[in-house]
Design a protein around this ligand. Structure first.
Ligand SMILES: NC(=O)c1ccc[n+]([C@@H]2O[C@H](COP(=O)([O-])OP(=O)(O)OC[C@H]3O[C@@H](n4cnc5c(N)ncnc54)[C@H](O)[C@@H]3O)[C@@H](O)[C@H]2O)c1
Length: 311
């Protein structure tokens, strides 16, 4: 029951956390970086883009790296980059959209490497077509890779984290998991779902009595990794993946719970939630939002691979 005492107590705790957040905002983050040298970090989609950059950065901090991807040659390249610099990396070909494959590969990782302590759900795909032009199977694939895969990896690795009372789950979502756009209905749906899943799982874990487990939700704007190759928007230039990866690392190493990159988009996120939809549509059009995906080409190599693997 909500009593006056509980309300007063909670108000003081809330005030304390606000003050803490303000102080931490002005404290250099580097001073608060956690040590990951005893961690086993698994990164899905670690064969290229953001996933590879994160793998290399974690390896530099002496963590044991495990990368999963569907493209073996890219995985080998990530492994080579890490081992060349004295790091440790195990690479597994795993299609995260296939539940059985996730469970089987997770079992292999447990036996061959150990219990994963930092899980980065990063693998993602985009089709870039209008809803009515999009084949049903492709929509399903998007949801399988961008959302359901997170269910299976968390199912596989969270129990050991809870048992050891040590672990960190990172969800690489997107600003398109917070706000909608055109020609990305399946992608937006998958990222909103990933955001919702992440939020719910983190709350559940906390209130189940595991406050020492950490959760970080990352929502980046467009990055120059090729995933959104050809897209033309006047909102902001695409992010340099290296800068994005550095921001993501900083958030993970300080156990930050929510990160939007670039920071400016925190403002648009709040504005979008507050403003009438009619106003949002005007602003969206002003910055070429409706036509931004018309020039989308993406990454040809990756698109073909995912086409073959539809089921
Ligand atoms: N690039 C952007 O503009 C952008 C913006 C916001 C969010 N994101 C998100 O960031 C994450 C990383 O994207 P990126 O830009 O590095 O793209 P990327 O294409 O370079 O990396 C994605 C990786 O996932 C792998 N992958 C795809 N399907 C897979 C599957 N079924 N199983 C296993 N691996 C699979 C790919 O092979 C690739 O290596 C994605 O979740 C993406 O949605 C990207």
């Amino acid at each position: 029951m909500v009593t006056a005492m509980k309300i007063i107590y909670s108000s003081f705790v809330i005030l304390y956390h606000w003050l803490e957040a303000i102080v931490l905002f002005f404290t250099p983050k580097r001073l608060r970086y956690k040590d990951v040298s005893n961690d086993i970090v698994l990164i899905t989609g670690g064969g290229s883009g953001l996933g590879r950059l994160l793998a290399v950065k974690f390896a530099r901090r002496n963590a044991k790296i495990v990368v999963w991807d569907i493209i073996e040659s890219n995985l080998n390249e990530t492994k080579r980059m890490i081992e060349e610099n004295g790091g440790t990396c195990a690479a597994y070909v795993c299609d995260v959209s296939k539940r059985d494959e996730v469970y089987k590969t997770a079992e292999r990782v447990r036996k061959e490497i150990g219990d994963v302590t930092i899980l980065v759900n990063n693998a993602g795909i985009v089709n870039g077509k209008k809803f009515l032009d999009l084949e049903d199977e492709k929509m399903i694939k998007t949801l399988n890779v961008n959302t359901f895969a997170h269910f299976w990896t968390c199912k596989a690795f969270l129990p050991a984290m809870r048992q050891k009372r040590r672990g960190h789950i990172v969800t690489i979502a997107s600003v398109l998991g917070l706000s909608s756009a055109v020609s990305v209905s399946d992608y937006v749906a998958s990222k909103f779902a990933a955001v919702g899943f992440h939020g719910s799982l983190s709350l559940e874990t906390y209130f189940d009595g595991f406050p020492e487990l950490n959760f970080t939700l990352v929502c980046p704007y467009m990055m120059n990794t090729g995933m959104f190759g050809g897209v033309k928007t006047d909102i902001l230039p695409a992010l340099d993946p290296e800068v994005a990866a550095e921001n993501v690392m900083s958030a993970i190493l300080t156990n930050q719970e929510f990160l939007i990159i670039p920071r400016l988009l925190y403002v648009t996120y709040v504005m979008h939630t507050l403003m009438p939809l009619k106003c949002f549509k005007i602003i969206f059009e002003l910055f070429n939002g409706p036509k931004a995906m018309d020039t989308y080409v993406g990454k040809k190599e990756k698109k073909n691979l995912n086409d073959k693997k539809i089921e």
